[in-house]
Write a protein that binds this ligand. Structure first.
Ligand code: ZN
Ligand code: ZN
Length: 207
């Protein structure tokens, strides 16, 4: 059998987080479980959006059997992380995104390239730093915050706003819907929680 040509899987957009860490207990940040971008996407489409396997396979541009294989692998990894108390890192895989996405290594802003602005992708729209990475090209996001100082045990209040880190547009936060699932309509930047630790970092770096 000759090897079939490899076709990249299609993703709408990168996941809103780079991974998950166990809340309590002992875990070794070095022994993390790598959940590929396409594995994350299969869970998002099938379990979160309740698409059928047929619909999901079309969205990702793969065959039904391939989708089933990706999804099985994704669920095994998530189960292993839950039971064995392991960090999940979402990265890698053979994917293309519908749009070009970038990540600022300086203030953690995630933004989508706006085609009408030339060279906009080369510096962060929020803090102007040029230390930015293409999420597609690097295949992963720089993993930050794994380790001691990342485990913040603050309870999150259920009111307040999502805010655009660039233009300060605020929309009321919806309980159960992370701010990072919303894009600022003017700036194409992922929104963040107003007054969160991330927001404070951005306010400092924007100056
Ligand atoms: Zn930045
Ligand atoms: Zn904005």
């Amino acid at each position: 059998m000759s090897p079939r040509p490899k076709i990249s899987r299609q993703l709408n957009e990168p996941p809103p987080v780079t991974g998950f860490i166990p809340k309590n207990g002992d875990f070794d940040p070095a022994k993390r479980i790598i959940l590929l971008f396409e594995e994350y996407e299969s869970i998002r489409l099938l379990d979160y959006l309740d698409l059928t396997q047929f619909e999901a396979s079309q969205k990702m541009n793969v065959s039904r059997p391939t989708l089933t294989r990706i999804y099985d692998s994704a669920r095994k990894k998530v189960a292993q992380a839950f039971v064995e108390n392991k960090v999940i890192s979402i990265e890698g895989g053979d994917v293309i995104f519908e749009d070009q996405w970038y990540y600022c290594n300086h203030c953690n802003t995630v933004y989508r390239k706006q085609s009408k602005i030339p060279n906009q992708e080369k510096s962060c729209p929020v803090c102007k730093n040029s230390n930015v990475s293409s999420i597609q090209e690097s295949g992963n996001w720089p993993i930050r915050g794994f380790g001691n100082n990342s485990v913040k045990n603050k309870s999150i209040d259920t009111e307040g706003n999502c805010i655009c880190p660039k233009c300060d547009l605020r929309i009321p936060h919806l309980r159960g819907t992370p701010c990072s699932t919303k894009l600022c309509p003017d700036c194409d930047i992922r929104m963040i929680r107003e007054n969160s630790e991330h927001h404070k970092v951005i306010l400092k770096k924007r100056k």
